[in-house]
Design a protein around this ligand. Structure first.
Ligand code: NAD
Length: 261
């Protein structure tokens, strides 16, 4: 490494990165010099084109590997196909909003599989290579909902609290081996997963779009502003620098003050 800030020579695998935060994190890691592997469950020309464009923009190596993070074997296959994984960003996630008694069982299972179990499987697949290299970074994209709760998001909140717990255990198991594991806990970031919640929230609260954004979503975020994908990506880059080498097993909130309330 020629300086603390550069990630040249590092390969990052970012799960669920053909949109939103994952894509933003991939951009920031590539901007910092890392080779990046983008992923989602689809295998369309546009997914591969997205990786090519990202690589061109940053003069970085960028590939797209399709793998369904709901499938444990596919999580392992993703890391294997990447060939190398110095930085693992467990980001893939979905959401469903319903009261517990109406929560569809298949949605519960899918959210636990994609938002929590995939991080376990991908981490298990990536750690041997990181240990052999004597360097590694596991960055789990949890949520303010990994530290606090809201009604009607039982599976998401259970998964994100679980992800914070997994982060701590990962950190302890690899402490002293040049590998850190941390969770970034974003507040609301205006990405497709959040956009998709707005119609339901409008219905539930009988409000228009702007009012839902201001009075429901950003009501918990004292800054009154969405966090951005670039800010989440910048935090991930920081966690990969030498300055963050002793930061492990913890959470970093990027939530406009949500969890200070
Ligand atoms: P998004 O919907 O834009 O991104 C989710 C990504 O996961 C997409 O690339 C999607 O293709 C991928 N994905 C979904 N199912 C998958 C599967 N089975 N296999 C592989 N990939 C799959 O949403 P986002 O807001 O960018 O969310 C990214 C992460 O950030 C999620 O874990 C989410 O819980 C977390 N997060 C988001 C916010 C927010 O406000 N947007 C806040 C806190 C945490």
């Amino acid at each position: 490494m020629s300086s603390d800030a550069t990630l040249a020579g590092r390969t990052a695998v970012i799960t669920g990165s053909n949109s939103g935060i994952g894509l933003g994190v991939a951009h920031e890691l590539a901007r910092a010099g890392a080779s990046v592997v983008l992923n989602s469950f689809t295998d369309r020309d546009e997914d591969h084109a997205l990786a090519e464009a990202l690589g061109r923009e940053h003069g970085a190596s960028a590939r797209y590997i399709a793998a369904d993070m709901a499938d444990p074997d596919a999580c392992h296959a993703l890391i294997e196909k990447a060939g190398r994984c110095d930085i693992l960003v467990n980001n893939a996630g979905i959401q469903h909003v319903a009261p517990i008694e109406d929560f569809p069982r298949e949605k519960w299972d899918a959210i636990i599989a994609i938002n929590l179990s995939s991080a376990f499987h991908a981490t298990a697949a990536a750690l041997p290579g990181m240990k052999a290299a004597g360097w590694g970074r596991v960055v789990n994209i949890a949520s303010a909902h990994g530290l606090t709760a809201s009604p009607y998001k039982a599976a998401y909140i259970a998964a994100k609290h679980g992800l914070v717990g997994l982060t701590k255990t990962t950190a302890l198991e690899v402490a002293g081996q040049g590998i850190t594991a941390n969770a970034i806990c974003p507040g609301y970031v205006l990405t497709p997963i959040v956009e998709s919640q707005i119609p339901d929230q409008m219905k539930t609260h009988g409000m228009d779009r702007e009012t839902v954004i201001k009075e429901v979503m950003l009501a918990r975020q004292p800054s009154g502003e969405f966090a951005t994908v670039e800010q989440i990506g910048g935090t991930a880059v920081f966690l990969c620098t030498q300055a963050a080498a002793q930061i492990t097993g913890t959470t970093i909130s990027v939530d406009g003050g949500w969890t200070a309330l």
